[in-house]
Design a protein around this ligand. Sequence first.
Ligand code: DLL
Length: 435
Amino acid sequence: MKGYIWNTQAETMSCEEMRALQGRRLSECVRRVYGTVPFYTEKMKAAGILPEDIRTLDDLSLLPFTDKEDMRDSYPYGTFAVPMDDIVRIHASSGTTGKQKVVGYTCDDIEMWSECVARCLAAVGMTNKDILHVAYGYGLFTGGLGLHYGAEKMGVATIPVSTGNTKRQIQILTDFRPTALACTPSYALHLADELAAGGIDKSALALRVGIFGAEPWTLNMKQQIEDKLGIKAFDIYGLSETMGPGVSISCEAGDLLHIQSDHFIAEVVDPATGRPLPEGEIGELIFSSVTKQGTPLIRYNTHDLTRLFYGPCACGRTTVRMDKITGRADDMLIIRGVNVFPTQIESILLQYGELEPHYMIYVDRVNNLDRLEVKIEMTKAFFSDSIKDIERMERRLHADIQSTLGIAAKITLVEPRSLPRSEGKAKRVIDNRLQ
Ligand code: DLL
């Protein structure tokens, strides 16, 4: 199972060595931001902490958490820890509400980011013999340029397709014969459907690997993508605030994601108390991006929900691993008092071969009661079955959701290819209660 490791020194060091390195880098980082970035200085002063109090990794929990509000309050450049002369790239992420979160990169930051992405590509079995089709957006979004620079660093022939124009994407997939595809999992499915609709069999493509991320997706979704495109699909994670894609990636040995732990110190905390949770317990993921120069982050709450594992992996890497993201704490729907994540609904829906992995979740309030409706597309074959079969399937899904999640949902099976598709991050939930 052991494959090519890009940076054996960084990716296979012992746990003790890693903790010592993280501690040193944390201590340096705190010294850099104190007195330079106003919100860190203020927060540390308020907590009665001086930079010299942070000496080892054990001191991490003394530091206050930071959050997207800190970034937004410092809009646009208040988070930068170096003069603008040293910044060579700016990205920004809008999220769903409020001002953009702006991040700056020095030359060294771009080099570090490319190194992390190159490590990720090696973890999924890529080498400089591969051709990579990047269909993440190029722009303020970090997906396109992030993958691009890492792939070039590895020596991969990189095609900067960006998003949009699915017809052209398909032409590039068939004519340029890329061996790897990077895009959101929802767009990968859309591409697969469009290939099928155009009568192009997966065997006509040279694709063997997919690097999918930027949105939550389940293992059932992974299976569907692998089957439809005839590839091995991997999960890449990251967020603009910490760098962009490449903070972690799943590997050839399993579905947990290896974190580039020498650059990103991960913690998982109890959302209610902020207390760090032990290995294997689910909570909010916190990152300290201790080597970042432009916009270093200390104890930044991503609000993404996952758990951490510290044991070595069969792939040979010893870096800390995180589970697939269940969703963001703020993506959680509370329906008649029951907490539900869209990924839980996705896991149920995608168990059925009669259904396509395209669905939408609608939440309304009718007569003061929450109402959940799930629309999901049928396969072409099932769509032509009798109404009775379709109704039976709707009842089955209703019962499944009721027994697994404890809530009633109106299930509507819809025609194939009738729900909206996205080129970037999928929008699968419409909560009309918020309007
Ligand atoms: O989505 C960076 C990225 C680009 C990651 C391409 C992977 C591939 P943002 O736009 O700032 O950055 O959004 C970050 O997206 O906090 C998660 O909620 C979600 N997210 C990113 N990757 C994954 C993933 C990019 N693999 C936010 N699984 C994060 C689940 C993900 N959610």
